[in-house]
Design a protein around this ligand. Sequence first.
Ligand SMILES: *[C@@H]1O[C@H](CO)[C@@H](O)[C@H](O)[C@H]1NC(C)=O
Ligand SMILES: *[C@@H]1O[C@H](CO)[C@@H](O)[C@H](O)[C@H]1NC(C)=O
Length: 310
Amino acid sequence: QTFTRILKEIWTSLIMWFFYALIPCLLRDGVAILPAPQNLSVHSTNMKHFLMWSPVIVPGETVYYSVEYQGEYERLYLSDVWIPSSWCSLTEKTECDLTEDITATVPYSLHVRATLGSQTSAWSTLTHPFNRNSTILTPPWMDVTKDGFHLVIELEDLGPQFEFLVAYWRRESATKEHIKMVRSGGIPVHLVTMEPGAAYCVKAQAVVKAIGRHSAFSQAECIEVQEEALPLALALFAFVGFMLNLVAVPISIWKMGQLLRYSCCPVVVLPNTLKITSSPQKLISCRKEEVDACAMTTVLSSEELFRTWI
Ligand SMILES: *[C@@H]1O[C@H](CO)[C@@H](O)[C@H](O)[C@H]1NC(C)=O
Ligand SMILES: *[C@@H]1O[C@H](CO)[C@@H](O)[C@H](O)[C@H]1NC(C)=O
């Protein structure tokens, strides 16, 4: 009886002691308990994974956040082992790039907590573990160009996990589609040597073998090569023009020379009776300039002119 009473008293005092010890603790922390971040979600596009959360707002203070993760192995066998993320230890941002941490196609558990001075919040855990196979794959951006008769494609560089399936075809025969795997983006790749006058169309999709998925195809882009005949005709035309010039210019110069000579200094055959041997004066009086022109034409006879031109 006394023994049970003593036990009871010890029990009551223990409880009282706990109570008194705990009250100040609860009061002290109760005022300042930092709420945990809320609304955790993962936004993952093209194998880039971001954890986001709503900010913990403390007026006039900067709150920092830390993120940790657990892969499948830790979750199954080492449930209290969490790995700090590479980039988000005491960060001010309310998002965390987990692309480098999530390296396997298994469910990852993620949690985040807030820190303000010496206070830390509880951990807030993502409701459903994240598997990278749920990433959104967008149709790849592509640049289709021609280099002479070569059809060249350059695809968006989405990182080493991406390959691209490129389909191309002649526009007139859309059913005959050709397929080419392109191992990486960011470098121009030759697809086909195009036939002159034909239009070719290209579309591409991104493939990620690590998760066994692919994006939709991009919009098809078509490109046309000029008919080969057109540049050839132009070249021929230019050549003929050049040859014509080569012949026409000397001929016209020669013709001009002839005209000048006949209009200015006609060859007049005088009857012997009219010839005045004593005074070698010209019968047709040219004005001074005309005399000069005549002098020139006689010095440089048209045949000579032709020869110098050639
Ligand atoms: C969580 O998100 C909802 C809607 O997006 C919003 O109304 C709510 O305020 C958010 N919670 C916090 C703690 O920010
Ligand atoms: C991702 O993988 C899990 C199993 O590993 C599977 O149950 C789920 O359907 C996959 N999701 C997608 C979008 O492929």
